[in-house]
Write a protein that binds this ligand. Structure first.
Ligand code: FES
Ligand code: FES
Length: 216
């Protein structure tokens, strides 16, 4: 056992804590110590998903970075040594521009009181980091841990369907209606040259995993 500071990253910034309190959860640390209040406290016991963030870890055996959606209210802060955390503040904002996940939930009216929204956004964002074009079923499964008391889920799923393999943007002109399909699959918001109303998903704009944490 080697004693030393707790080192991890939050939204691309290094956090080095020489004397972390092992009783703190990640959620408490984010909200109280780092003043990142976008991640919400709902139930505090892993049941609602309001506190969902993305935790990224380098896997030396396979040399890949794996992303996990996680309940920040359940994660002991000291377990994050060597990992990277992404919160809703780290993917987009009104000031710096929304991420496509945020833009699509807003345009589909999938946010009412908004309390569940950061967690739902982070579950979708994490899915897309691991799988840029999921199926509709994979997309629905990604929200197993997220509750929303306002929207009834339909507008959330409608907005995020636009990221899935099955999404067709042709509306009434869809091949299912016309029998004239040249492709039927939309990629990143365009189909057959038609420009989407949505911001395209561009994975080249995603923050990189901190090189310092790629330790074999
Ligand atoms: Fe409800 Fe974390 S606050 S799951
Ligand atoms: Fe209110 Fe989901 S928008 S809980």
């Amino acid at each position: 056992y080697k004693k030393g500071p707790l080192v991890f990253y939050v939204n691309g910034k290094k956090v080095e804590d020489p004397d972390p309190d092992p009783g703190y959860t990640l959620l408490f640390y984010l909200r109280k110590k780092l003043c990142l209040t976008g991640t919400k406290l709902g139930c505090g016991e892993g049941g609602c998903g309001a506190c969902t963030v993305m935790v990224s870890k380098y896997l030396p055996d396979t040399k890949i970075v794996k992303h996990f959606s996680a309940n920040a209210c359940l994660i002991p802060i000291c377990s994050l040594h060597g990992m990277a955390v992404t919160t809703v503040e780290g993917i987009g904002s009104i000031q710096n521009g929304l991420h496509p996940v945020q833009e699509r939930i807003a345009k589909s009216h999938g946010s009412q009181c908004g309390f569940c929204t950061p967690g739902i956004v982070m579950s979708m964002y994490t899915l897309l980091r691991n799988n840029p074009q999921p199926t509709g079923a994979e997309m629905e499964n990604a929200f197993e841990g997220n509750l929303c008391r306002c929207t009834g889920y339909r507008p959330i799923l409608e907005g995020f369907k636009s990221f899935t393999k099955e999404f067709c943007q042709m509306g009434e002109n869809c091949c299912k209606n016309t029998g004239n399909c040249s492709n039927g699959v939309v990629e990143n918001g365009t189909e057959n040259g038609q420009t989407s109303d949505y911001l395209p998903l561009d994975s080249t704009q995603d923050p990189i995993f901190p090189p310092e944490l790629r330790v074999n």
